[in-house]
Design a protein around this ligand. Structure first.
Ligand SMILES: [Zn+2]
Length: 332
């Protein structure tokens, strides 16, 4: 268990972006941004809970004056931070073919990534008059060259690592669950030298405290030859083990409470909850199966904030504030 001096941080980060059917094609123009109209209500709720927000804003939103006008007052009142969110498919210049592979930033030529990052950073600075210091890729995943590029552009925090996740293009398996200085050679490895950009992973784990053991089991049962009889679903339904995300779109209140309990036992110092702004609008992405998505998400956030504060002393902060606290107290 943590002792008192180890107050934990709670971060709520929101990918703030256009809505589209996530099983369909990537939107490259004529963006639908109706979901951004729900941000004020979300922010007011967070204010009432004492929660500070971090909006990872993508180019489609930064380039839309009406959307910016909805978010900007909260920045001016010191209630949120604006970070950068790179959706390659709708972030100029679009020199690449639009497809699944190229939707992952790690698959793009680094010179194209730089051009897109430059456009995005400038658009955010124009929109919010503050240069962003925190970054997240669309669809997760990061590598050493992109981290170095981010540091060169003045970013001090990355949040593109999605623990216990991998796909055919990148892996986050083996990454630290707490903040760490990522190596420019291998973004999942801790570096003793580079201290220009800090990695702040979102919180993911299992309903059993030995995350590493249950992750190995999860990986094994997800692969052939076990896949055919759905052992993950079976284990889940029998309560044997579950992978749990600190994400109110994906996880129930009870599961997130369990994740918090196990993470506290393991000495977790930063609790990083995340969601997508587009999930606040019922049926907008085809992802959340809910008639009143906003209400469901709001209730889960409220429940988890109350639960965490009942368990331990909590410092509510934006992602860069949390990173700065880490650097000041622990960053050696
Ligand atoms: Zn996104």
């Amino acid at each position: 268990m943590l002792n008192n001096k180890d107050k934990v941080d709670f971060i709520l980060s929101i990918d703030t972006e256009e809505e589209w059917d996530w099983s369909g094609t990537f939107p490259t123009r004529d963006f639908r941004l109706d979901n951004i109209r729900l941000i004020p209500e979300l922010q007011e709720m967070c204010n009432s809970l004492g929660v500070k927000t971090t909006y990872f804003v993508d180019h489609a939103v930064a380039d839309n004056a009406d959307s910016v006008a909805l978010i900007r007052p909260y920045l001016e009142q010191g209630q949120c931070e604006i970070g950068a969110h790179l959706h390659p498919w709708c972030n100029p210049p679009i020199d690449e073919e639009i497809n699944e592979k190229n939707s992952h930033v790690v698959n793009l030529d680094i010179r194209l990534v730089e051009k897109k990052l430059s456009e995005l950073t400038d658009a955010l600075q124009r929109a919010f008059t503050v240069r962003p210091t925190a970054f997240r890729t669309g669809r997760w995943g990061i590598d050493g060259p992109i981290l170095k590029l981010l540091a060169d552009y003045g970013y001090t925090v990355d949040s593109s690592v999605y623990p216990f996740y991998s796909n055919e293009f990148f892996t986050c398996q083996g990454a630290s669950l707490n903040p760490y200085w990522p190596s420019f050679e291998d973004s999942l490895k801790v570096d003793g030298q580079q201290q220009r950009i800090l990695e702040m992973p979102v919180t993911v784990g299992f309903n059993r405290a030995n995350f590493e053991l249950f992750n190995r089991l999860h990986e094994k049962l997800s692969s052939a030859p076990y896949r055919w009889f759905h052992p993950i679903g079976l284990a889940w339904h029998m309560g044997i083990f579950k992978k749990i995300y600190l994400c109110p779109e994906l996880s129930s209140t009870e599961d997130m409470k369990s994740l918090i309990d196990k993470s506290l036992v393991r000495g977790q110092r930063v609790f990083h909850m995340y969601l997508h702004s587009s999930s606040l609008l019922s049926g907008a992405t085809g992802f959340m199966d809910s008639k009143d998505a906003f209400n469901d998400i709001a209730i889960r956030i409220t429940n988890i904030v109350k639960y965490l504060t009942s368990r331990v002393e909590v410092n509510f902060c934006t992602i860069t504030e949390s990173a700065n606290r880490y650097m000041a107290q622990d960053g050696q």
